[in-house]
Design a protein. Structure first.
Length: 186
């Protein structure tokens, strides 16, 4: 089985560079990607189940695997939400599909965003990265037809890095286009 392009790049170039950059003696301590989780929350699914089906088809086209429906954990009367109602879809990508998705995200989808200046540095303190995309239609697999709703997409990249700095260096070596910080902030 052939490896994905970014997986080969990680093994041949990024892993040794990151080991040297972080001054690690043990190559097992070098941060790596664990999984990528894609999530679409659909509040309109409460009144219209067709929107949830559209989100499911969209996520299936982007990820290449069938997403699972996410159910409400508790009822909220003001939102007309009942416990057990489907309100979103999500999918976890690992191994080859994970690397292929990251490649498409960095090289195809992000550059298609209008007035793109780079992505924010939204790490969670444990080296994991979160990215929100307002229009999932930036992916080339998505073709919005007449009457289809524009949906957003949340992407969480889980790494084995123990802190944000190591996670940032890992994603930067993969080519993630982060915004440049001004000199006053650094």
């Amino acid at each position: 089985m052939q490896k994905a392009r970014l997986e080969k790049l990680f093994i041949e170039k990024i892993h040794p560079d990151l080991k040297q950059l972080l001054a690690l003696t043990n190559s097992m301590k070098v941060p790596f990607l664990k999984k990528i989780v894609l999530n679409i929350g659909v509040k309109e699914a409460i009144s219209d189940s067709k929107v949830l089906n559209q989100a499911e088809e969209m996520l299936m086209a982007i990820s290449g695997q069938k997403p699972s429906r996410r159910l409400a954990r508790k009822s909220i009367a003001s939102f007309k939400l009942r416990e057990g109602m489907a309100i979103g879809v999500m999918v976890s990508l690992r191994r080859k599909k994970m690397y292929e998705f990251l490649d498409r995200l960095i090289n195809l989808a992000l550059p298609r965003i209008r007035d793109f200046q780079g992505v924010n540095r939204a790490f969670d303190g444990m080296g994991n990265y979160n990215l929100g995309i307002k229009e999932a239609s930036v992916f080339p697999e998505i073709d919005l037809g007449v009457g289809q709703k524009v949906l957003g997409l949340n992407i969480t990249i889980h790494t084995s890095a123990g802190n944000d700095a190591d996670g940032f260096k890992l994603l930067e070596l993969f080519g993630m286009p982060f915004k440049k910080l001004s000199k006053a902030i650094k």
